[in-house]
Ligand binder design. Structure first.
Ligand code: JET
Length: 259
């Protein structure tokens, strides 16, 4: 897979030399190229921004500079990713779709953002343009959001994860619940003991305990995920625990509602 990042702070992306992503690059699984947007400017001051039409605070990134940069970097079949607090929220589903791309190009905005015609122009030209948010907060630029998305995508590229079972396990997470709590040695630490069942060797009881803890944790922390559960994927014990936690199947059978 090829990944290109265009930024006015290319050094921000240097951490990609480390960890999983760095190893994938060394092994030739990932062709990662970081570019300085100012390399495509032609004026003495290497200008990338200007004042907003219609007035208002701050500066907007010029579409002409972005246009020459992206025309140079985009290959046929590329997906263009623009991190922005105004985007759809980036999820594991997006990461899975992006992991199938031949090339991902990340356009890192700064200031008040990139002139809106850039996304429009490349959509009109047939490029898949994804304006994506990594959460409801504002960063100074798209660099850190790009790092988050590159890591989430890179670990899905075949050959990148050392332990293939760890990816199989994750499809459970995709079933719509948070993960259950995990424990390792020592069995007693800071006056805290490992839950007895995990030492019992009863595989079925362990599975049930983990499922219950995942349901409880999800109900507590992510009620939106409980509401969105497919009732058909829940067994009698799931439904009994969820009822204790105040959640029952809705009238139409689609999803759960607070009792
Ligand atoms: C962000 C992403 O802050 C985030 O993204 C970076 C950012 C900051 C300021 C402007 C900007 O412009 C992008 C743009 O796209 C069309 O104009 C991007 C917060 N959550 N996720």
């Amino acid at each position: 897979m090829r990944v290109d990042v265009v930024s006015i702070f290319p050094d921000y992306l240097s951490v990609l030399d480390l960890s999983l992503v760095g190893k994938a690059r060394q092994r030739g699984l990932l062709d990662l190229r970081v570019h300085d947007l100012r390399d495509w400017t032609t004026d003495r001051h290497r200008t990338v921004d200007d004042t907003p039409f219609g007035g208002g605070a701050g500066m907007v990134m010029r579409p002409d500079v972005w246009g020459v940069a992206l025309d140079d970097v985009l290959e046929p079949g590329a997906q263009l990713v623009v991190p922005t607090p105004s985007g759809e929220v980036f999820t594991q589903r997006h990461a899975e779709e992006m992991a199938t791309a031949e090339q991902l190009v990340f356009a890192c905005g700064r200031y008040e953002g990139i002139d809106a015609r850039v996304a429009e122009h490349y959509r009109d030209a047939g490029v898949t343009v994804r304006e994506l948010s990594i959460g409801d907060y504002v960063l100074n630029g798209g660099e850190v959001a790009s790092l988050v998305m590159i890591e989430a995508v890179a670990r899905l590229v075949p050959g990148m994860v050392g332990n293939p079972e760890s990816l199989v396990e994750e499809s459970h997470g995709a079933a719509g619940l948070l993960e259950y709590p995990v424990y390792t040695k020592p069995p007693s630490w800071a006056d805290l003991e490992i839950p007895e069942v995990l030492l019992s060797g009863h595989h079925a009881r362990i599975e049930r305990w983990r499922r219950d803890r995942a349901l409880e944790r999800t109900a507590e922390r992510r009620p939106d995920m409980i509401a969105a559960l497919d009732v058909a994927t829940l067994d009698k014990q799931d439904l009994a625990l969820l009822a204790e936690l105040g959640w029952v199947p809705g009238e139409d059978g689609a999803g759960l509602v607070r009792a």
